[in-house]
Design a protein around this ligand. Structure first.
Ligand SMILES: Cc1ncc(COP(=O)(O)O)c(C=O)c1O
Length: 347
């Protein structure tokens, strides 16, 4: 075996073994005259700040298993940001190279970090007619791989290693950290890999837990119609290859205005800035807090934190640019009228 390859193999093994459980914080949610118990699981505490650190490891281990990587191998992937950051770190550790196909929705801080990590960026600017750029990004990846057959495409949208890593890591963590009393989990969907993997584990060990897929308005992942989407990382313009009808019990499609309102109120009440899709997940949970029926102990999986969204979700100028300022203020007023307050009780 070539010495470079041996070192790379050892590093891949270490990466897989070093995935460690992300922490939970306990939140009291006051809403419509009741106080509810909510657990938040913070995926922002993974090495590059998002749940995609797990996905990236799963994908690289799998492409290496099929056809061994060697130092200098070129990996190409379509990403809206978080997977790109995660792959950039790993690919560098493995002495390989990475071409990320991104679009205008990729936040500027993410683009800067990718460039600083030595990633080659390919920018796609042709909308795909489904409210995003995913289909044109995938076309660009296919073209690159046709021109350079030696390039390696992990393909997060199709590769079963995506859900499998969550079945083997995120799912068992949620089952252990949520405890026996856990009765509902709320999970954001884009590729659907996170939810499909967690669901495969929870359905086997805790079949009573209700699983809610949190999607964006304008996304087709859980069966909606394609349209404009504003929250990075949430939803997609194509159906998931991983989700089946049995993967989740309910889908909640959340508007950008409700998402931004939830993120801003959570920040105001707790001092914690969540990522955009985490705000959507909170909205999915709030939608289930009915007067008679509500989850007694729920867990919201937070894919990342607010640091990448200072120029969007947390920026008033951006709200004006995308014409949702009035809707956000309306949503905040309605939530507050319903008594919504968040309080951290343990972290
Ligand atoms: C911020 C954020 N939220 C949610 C998701 C959805 O995860 P999945 O692709 O596993 O469905 C992603 C995926 O990129 C993400 O970056």
């Amino acid at each position: 075996m070539r010495p470079g390859r041996r070192k790379l193999l050892q590093r891949i093994g270490e990466l897989r073994a070093n995935i460690s459980a992300t922490p939970i914080s306990d939140i009291a949610v006051e809403y419509r005259g009741r106080t509810h118990e909510l657990a938040l699981k913070h995926e922002s505490l993974n090495p590059t700040g998002s749940i995609k650190d797990r996905t990236a490891i799963g994908l690289l281990v799998e492409i290496d298993r099929i056809n061994p990587l060697v130092p200098g191998s070129v990996i190409v992937e379509s990403t809206s940001g978080n997977l790109g950051l995660a792959l950039a770190r790993l690919v560098r550790l493995l002495d390989c190279n990475f071409i990320a196909v991104i679009d205008e929705k990729t936040p500027q801080p993410t683009r800067d970090s990718l460039t600083e990590s030595g990633v080659e960026l390919r920018f796609v600017d042709e909308p795909d007619g489904q409210g995003g750029y995913l289909l044109t990004r995938l076309k660009a990846v296919r073209e690159l791989c046709a021109e350079h057959p030696e390039y390696r495409w992990p393909n997060q949208y199709h590769n079963q290693a995506n859900p499998l890593i969550h079945e083997h890591t995120t799912g068992p963590e949620i089952a252990a950290q949520g405890g026996a009393a856990l009765d509902a989990v709320y999970i954001a969907v884009s590729t659907g890999g996170t939810l499909a993997g967690i669901s495969a584990h929870l359905r086997a060990v805790a079949p009573g837990v209700r699983i809610v897929a949190v999607d964006a308005t304008g996304s087709v992942v859980t069966g909606g119609t394609g349209g404009q989407r504003l929250i990075a990382g949430l939803g997609a313009s194509r159906a998931s290859s991983f989700l089946t009808r049995g993967s989740y019990d309910k889908a909640a499609r959340i508007t950008p205005a409700a998402t931004v309102a939830a993120c801003r109120m959570f920040l105001e009440d707790t001092g914690i800035a969540l990522g955009g899709s985490s705000g959507s997940v909170l909205c999915g949970y709030l939608g289930d807090l009915g007067p008679l029926h509500f989850p007694r102990r729920a867990l919201c999986l937070c894919p990342d934190d607010g640091s990448k969204y200072l120029g969007t979700v947390y920026d008033d100028t951006w709200l004006d640019t995308v014409h949702i300022a009035e809707d956000v203020h309306g949503a905040v007023a309605r939530f507050r009228e319903d008594g919504l307050r968040f309080r951290v009780t343990a972290s």
